[in-house]
Design a protein around this ligand. Structure first.
Ligand code: B16
Ligand code: MG
Length: 214
């Protein structure tokens, strides 16, 4: 499957870079302002989930009711703090093997897209210095339906002008694996087979896929 793919579609958080820790710090500080503790275990529920759905989960954990206006303000405050963290992102924070794998795929003529829920994706790719390695970027600013809906991966394969069956999705979240399969792509799960069992293949990280030069 990896030998025959014509397009590769990468999720961002958890596949290319670990931004979950910065999301966590910003959500935790919002929770503290609201008077409750938001733990790292709670944060696991937010991976791959959109910003407003993340807020809904956080408010449910804290048992906090809020109007639409209040929720919009909370999401904006959280994002401002999150953007402060990711403004300091450096290329050294790219996850092991991710850049080498992207370069190898380009060398082979495989088209590359990003398929992320984040509205900050383009900024993050820029900070990491890898924006030019992507032929297309489909992110939270371009889709309306969150994973496990296949919209983001259907848009990404269309942007690469390839049928989904010629594309492989690389995902760390269960909902993302489901979205990739629902789109008709083959899926490589990045993480644990216990959680990502629906994927066609599961690896611990992109470093496992990089072929050494012989
Ligand atoms: P933003 P991914 C997702 O990125 C994160 O995993 C998730 O925790 C976050 O809530 C979501 O992006 C939205 O991010 O607030 O920056 O728009 O895994 O889809 O690359
Ligand atoms: Mg992810």
């Amino acid at each position: 499957m990896l030998e025959t793919m014509k397009g590769a579609i990468f999720d961002l958080d958890g596949v290319i870079v670990d931004t979950a820790k910065y999301h966590y710090l910003a959500w935790r500080s919002l929770a503290r302002r609201l008077g409750f503790e938001f733990t790292e275990a709670h944060n696991e529920r937010l991976k791959g989930v959109s910003r407003m759905e993340s807020l809904r989960i956080l408010l449910e954990v804290g048992g906090v009711e809020a109007t639409k206006e209040e929720r919009e303000q909370m999401a904006a405050d959280k994002n401002r703090e999150y953007v402060e963290f990711i403004s300091k992102l450096e290329p050294s924070e790219i996850l092991p093997g991710a850049k080498a794998y992207l370069l190898q795929l380009r060398e082979r003529g495989v088209k590359i897209a990003l398929g992320s829920a984040s509205k900050n994706a383009a900024f993050i790719l820029d900070r990491l210095g890898i924006a030019e390695l992507f032929d297309a970027v489909i992110d939270g600013t371009k889709v309306s339906k969150a994973k496990p809906d296949p919209e983001v991966f259907l848009s990404a394969s269309a942007a690469l002008a390839l049928p989904p069956s010629d594309c492989v999705v690389f995902e760390d979240a269960e909902a993302g694996v489901q979205a990739g399969k629902a789109a008709g792509c083959r899926v490589v799960g990045i993480g644990s087979p216990d959680i990502l069992g629906a994927a066609d293949l599961v690896v611990g990280g992109l470093h496992e896929l990089v072929q050494s030069a012989r």
